[in-house]
Write a protein that binds this ligand. Sequence first.
Ligand code: FAD
Length: 340
Amino acid sequence: MTNSNSPKISLKTYNSFQLDVSAPCIFEFDHVDALKRQIEKNGSDFILLGGGSNVLLLGDLDVPVFINRIKGTRVTSSDDKNVYITVGAGENWSDFVEYSVANNFWGLENLALIPGTVGAAPVQNIGAYGVEVESCFFSATLLDRYSCQEIIVTKQDCNFGYRESRFKSQWKDQYVILDVTFQLSRTAKPTLEYPGLKDFFSADQPIISQRAIFDRVCFLRNSKLPDPRRLPNVGSFFKNPVVQKPTFVELKEKFPNIASFAFGDDFKIAAGWLIDQAGWRGKCLNTVGMHEHQALVMVNHGGAVPNDVRALYEEIQHDVLKQYGIFLEVEPTIFPTLKV
Ligand SMILES: Cc1cc2nc3c(=O)[nH]c(=O)nc-3n(C[C@H](O)[C@H](O)[C@H](O)COP(=O)(O)OP(=O)(O)OC[C@H]3O[C@@H](n4cnc5c(N)ncnc54)[C@H](O)[C@@H]3O)c2cc1C
């Protein structure tokens, strides 16, 4: 475990947007006992990070930052249909997806190349190319940071939704995810409805390999999304707004080309399309801007400061609300928590 006691530690390399804010100290833990000892010593007031790829650090923090480095991947049980794999929360998500594909365990191939840790994946129920992590989530071991007790929760407990879970609401700031158990399928289960996959794999293809889906997803992601190591970003900056049918019908009448897709009984509007149409694609505000090819991704052009990030996203929210009557919700978690 690392313990840095100097008064201000830069968090620039701990968040994929590379905001250069500070925290009083950073603790990296690779075992639950180390985490418990730290809580006993310093208290339960801390901010927890994994890979820092879904956070916006919009100011200096006045509490320690704890970083989850708990490792380990093991098959915990298995039958003819499924395999159950328990993975340390600090494992790299993308590496775990590769492991599942290398072993022909189906279910996660559409979630290839998403940055971050395994422990953060259920927090916002990560999703891409028609699959969300909840579809393979079986259970998780959590540490209650106040009682230091460990509990196990199942999928039913977690209230998963579109980029939502109880970890983001009632359980926020209470539980640290220590490990996650996934239920993966031994038999082929391709999910190919999403654009980019549907048009690539033909319906009459007799066998579509898991590796082919994984490779296709990697290709699409690499061609569409800026690499955060070269152009710091947090992926999708806003959630795609979900509207009910009457609102959708109204919008479609006014804006026949609006980019949308069915979402259960409701409709998801492509936030990237709204931002693009509002004229923000490729536009900059000082140190930050919306990516020239991917309007939904805010990028740090170098030396980004929290005020520029805030000013840009507020202007976009304002414009989209004015033009379309839709409020765009910021997707990453903001620290320090905004006071309303
Ligand atoms: C280029 C790029 C592409 C992306 N593409 C996608 C995508 O396709 N789909 C998608 O859903 N997301 C995407 N993201 C967002 C991000 O990768 C995911 O949300 C990821 O799961 C974040 O993992 P992390 O370890 O970096 O979490 P962090 O950013 O460190 O933390 C995110 C939140 O989870 C909490 N948290 C972290 N670890 C734990 C834990 N062990 N226990 C409890 N809470 C915890 C933190 O407190 C914080 O609130 C993308 C990001 C980037 C930069």
